[in-house]
Structure formats: C-alpha cells, structure tokens
Design a protein around this ligand. Structure first.
Ligand SMILES: [Cu+2]
Length: 141
C-alpha cells in the first residue's frame, strides 16, 4: 500500500473510531446545580470530551443571570457546544477550546433544554449520536 494512503487510513481510523475517546472524568458529577455568587450570578462549568459532557445535566434557576463556562479536554477531535432555546432566552453555538469559553444569558422560561456537540466527522456518527448531549434544566426559584 502507498505510504500516503496507509497514513490517511490510520488517521481516518483514529479519528472515526475511538481514537482519543476518553472515559468521562469520575471526579465530575453527572448532574450539578449552579452555584450562586454574591451578585446573584449563577455559575456552571462543563467539560467536553470524546464523546461526553460532564456534567451532562445542569440545573439553573429561572430569571437569574447564568455564567456558563465550557472547555474541552485536550485532543485532536474538535468539539462544540450548541443549545438553541430562544423561547427561553438561550441561544449558544460555540466551538470549544481547552481554554474555557464563557457565555452569559438569563433564562426566562422553565423547562429542560437539550445541549449537544454538532460536530461530525465525514459520514460517521455525529458526536451527538455518540453521546455528546446533555440537558440544561431551568427550574423555578
Ligand atoms: Cu464533539
């Protein structure tokens, strides 16, 4: 086999299968409620990895500002964080880096809103299908 083709195949396999798939860190809980600072701002941090979010269930209170920090674990595979719930005042679509990205919003409607990674490598399963999805729960005060 030509070296270039062999190289391409190895890269393809590494990226498509579970090349840098990592177990979700056990130290991070599956579910977490936002912490509130003196100013009344709710803080939540989420870590993205291949192929998970931790926590994957975050709970915030309605009508209070939220500062959401999302970072990805080191690795070749790019990840994003998407949540589209304009009916609740939440609309986020960012590509992730190992440096945390911070978004601020104030949810004005209660409910359970799905977030996910919208990346997909070629014709393989999307990251969302591989498990990169979670729920932002907006609860009453
Ligand atoms: Cu992803």
């Amino acid at each position: 086999m030509f070296p270039m083709i062999r190289f391409a195949l190895i890269v393809l396999l590494a990226l498509s299968a579970n090349g840098d798939a990592i177990e979700p860190p056990q130290s991070l809980p599956e579910s977490m409620k936002a912490t509130v600072d003196e100013q009344g701002v709710q803080h939540i941090s989420i870590i993205a990895g291949s192929y998970f979010f931790r926590p994957k269930h975050v709970i915030v209170e309605v009508n209070k500002p939220v500062k959401l920090s999302v970072a990805k674990e080191p690795g070749l595979i790019p990840h994003s964080f998407v949540i589209q719930a304009p009916e609740a005042g939440i609309s986020i679509n960012i590509s992730l880096d190992t440096e945390p990205k911070v978004v601020t919003f104030t949810p004005f409607r209660t409910g359970r809103f799905t977030f996910y990674c919208d990346n997909q490598f070629l014709f393989f399963e999307s990251h969302r299908e591989k498990g990169m999805t979670g729920v932002l729960e907006v609860s009453t005060e």
